[in-house]
Write a protein that binds this ligand. Structure first.
Ligand code: NAD
Length: 360
């Protein structure tokens, strides 16, 4: 455990099981230095425990970096529930997830992720208060995707201003990969601001609707990264920036909501810099949803969500400037800023106290 590269100095890694419900899960708490660790609950079948362990460790470290850069008074964590072949999610299973989280006493706060839903969060809530992302009727802040899309829009605006000072969104072309919760809303915002859209999705009805509504140009799903556009906005898959796609890019800016866009960070970040492509680091530009969810545990948090989400634009500008000054890739610049915040410790004592007491 301690020597694997994904371990990355985790504070705590917990395996939990429940024979009655068939629960097998791992909870990774990477850091609580800035506050309790937040991160979603991923539920899926894994090829084996090693794959599940690497997944949860990698994702929880990513949450630490995301919260630190976003100035959220939280640390980073993640949870994976390993389904066995043919095993169904049941309310009882989700309640046992809640009990596993409760045993950590508030050091880890869960939320939705791949494979989990608002309904699952409701079942978890029966056993623990340490859960975010309930519906608004249940006192939560609801679907975080609109905040994620708004943050991406702010990030794209900041990238345009940095790369093409004085240019507004009119006439700018954006190639959006993936028209799901985030990509669809992002397209709406871009269209309203006057951008020209090129779009792709595996679901052709979504593409046809975008063509009808916004006069978007449809693109082949396997070629969207290579179309002629000012900006490429990945909003679907991870690892979309790799040795095959980077040489084919025509856009001068990469700025979209997908997680883990660089297949290999230390290889593909420098490759983008060498091609002169301005890259908005994924965990910064897509942090709007996390900012909304984190605000559920902060006093008057929801009233300030929009301002904080729009602040992603300023955060990215600071990262672009730092990268340019130091001559380093943008992803490395974001990492340096996140690690410096971690070293400095909590900067918002009031929020931190509120977050801590909510988690107690
Ligand atoms: P989603 O499942 O609602 O949408 C994904 C869309 O991408 C779907 O329409 C799917 O058909 C399409 N797609 C899948 N493979 C594709 C391909 N090869 N080419 C083109 N389209 C493809 O997911 P979402 O919530 O919109 O999230 C999108 C991305 O943003 C994911 O990487 C997610 O991890 C990340 N993200 C989402 C949030 C959020 O608030 N929802 C927050 C942070 C990060």
């Amino acid at each position: 455990m301690f020597s694997r590269s994904s371990f990355a100095d985790h504070e705590q890694v917990v395996y939990a099981t429940d024979k009655a419900t068939g629960l097998r899960c791992i909870i990774a708490v990477h850091s609580t230095r800035l506050g309790p660790a937040i991160g979603g609950c991923r539920i899926r079948e894994y090829a084996g425990e090693t794959e599940a362990l690497d997944d949860v460790l990698r994702l929880s470290r990513g949450m630490t970096m995301k919260a630190a850069v976003a100035h959220a008074p939280f640390g980073g964590g993640k949870m994976v529930v390993m389904l066995q072949p043919g095993q169904e999610k049941t309310p009882a299973l989700m309640q046992s997830v809640g009990r596993a989280i409760e045993r950590l006493g508030g050091r880890y706060i869960t939320g939705e992720d791949v494979g989990s839903t608002v309904t699952d969060m409701t079942e978890i809530r029966r056993e623990t208060r340490h859960v975010l992302g309930l519906s608004q009727e249940q006192g939560g802040s609801g679907d975080p995707s609109p905040s994620t899309a708004l943050g991406c829009f702010a990030g794209i605006s900041a990238a345009i201003e940095f790369r093409y000072p004085g240019q507004d969104m009119h006439g700018v072309t954006v190639a959006v990969q993936g028209l799901g919760n985030v990509g669809w809303r992002l397209c709406q915002l871009l269209h309203e601001a006057g951008a020209q859209l090129t779009v792709s999705d595996l679901l052709s009805d979504r593409v046809q609707r975008a063509v009808r509504l916004w006069d978007a140009e449809p693109a082949d799903a396997s070629q969207i990264h290579a179309v002629n556009a000012d900006i490429f906005a990945p909003c679907a898959l991870g690892a979309v920036l790799n040795t095959e796609t980077i040489p084919q890019l025509k856009a001068g800016i990469i700025a979209g909501g997908a997680n883990n866009q660089l297949a290999v960070e230390h290889r593909d970040g420098p490759a983008l810099m060498q091609r002169g492509v301005l890259y908005a680091p994924d965990y910064v530009i897509n942090s709007g949803g996390m900012i909304q969810l984190a605000a559920e545990f902060m006093p008057n948090g929801q009233s300030d969500v929009e301002r904080r989400v729009l602040g992603i634009g300023d955060t990215l500008t600071a990262i672009f400037e730092h990268a340019e000054r130091e001559g380093i890739p943008c992803n490395a610049a974001a990492d340096q800023i996140a690690l410096a915040r971690l070293d400095a410790g909590p900067v918002e004592p009031a929020d931190r106290v509120a977050a801590k007491s909510a988690a107690q």
